[in-house]
Ligand binder design. Structure first.
Ligand code: FES
Ligand code: FES
Length: 167
């Protein structure tokens, strides 16, 4: 039995302590927004938030959730009122979602990045998201989206090229 908070709601679930969290979410709890790519900690597709920090759910076991708070992509917009989180909106608006397989992990990796650094340069975004791989976009639109979300969340105008020249 493991007890934890899932997307704002306390739950307890009967599960082997060594069940991978990605399987617990997708197969036992029906939360298929979390994706499994490599299953080996290399691609970031399975990223979730645990106590506000991004974690790889393919490398995490159910027992490690005890007493903690997990946010999956399904729960991200909670607390923002209605609708999508600003990062989700920015991904859509900037065309940063193509096949979409990497997108939940990308968005959840960007949440703590912007919490720690609300005004990142493009280089800081690239470094902060370097554990998340995308086969489709070439990353430019993903960086655009995170930068746009940062502005949206701070209500800032766009940086000039001189202020921010990284690709
Ligand atoms: S599926 Fe977890 S890092 Fe790739
Ligand atoms: S949009 Fe397809 S893997 Fe990133």
């Amino acid at each position: 039995m493991v007890r934890f908070v899932l997307n704002g709601k306390e739950i307890q679930i009967d599960t082997p302590p060594d069940r991978r969290v990605v399987d617990l979410l997708r197969e036992d709890l029906g939360l298929t927004g979390t994706k499994e790519g490599c299953g080996a900690g290399e691609c970031g597709a399975c990223t979730i938030l645990v106590d506000g920090e991004s974690r790889l759910s393919c490398l995490m076991l159910a027992a490690q959730l005890e007493g903690r708070s997990l946010t999956s992509i399904e729960g991200l917009s909670q607390g923002t009122g209605a609708g999508l989180h600003p990062l989700q909106e920015a991904f859509v608006e900037c065309g940063a979602v193509q096949c979409g397989f990497c997108s939940p992990g990308m968005v959840l990796a960007a949440v703590p990045l912007l919490e720690k650094n609300p005004d990142p340069t493009r280089l800081e975004i690239r470094k902060g998201m370097s554990g998340n791989l995308c086969r489709c976009t070439g990353y430019v639109k993903i960086v655009d989206a995170v930068a746009a979300a940062a502005r949206k969340m701070k209500n800032q105008p766009e940086k000039t090229a001189a202020e921010d020249s990284a690709p």
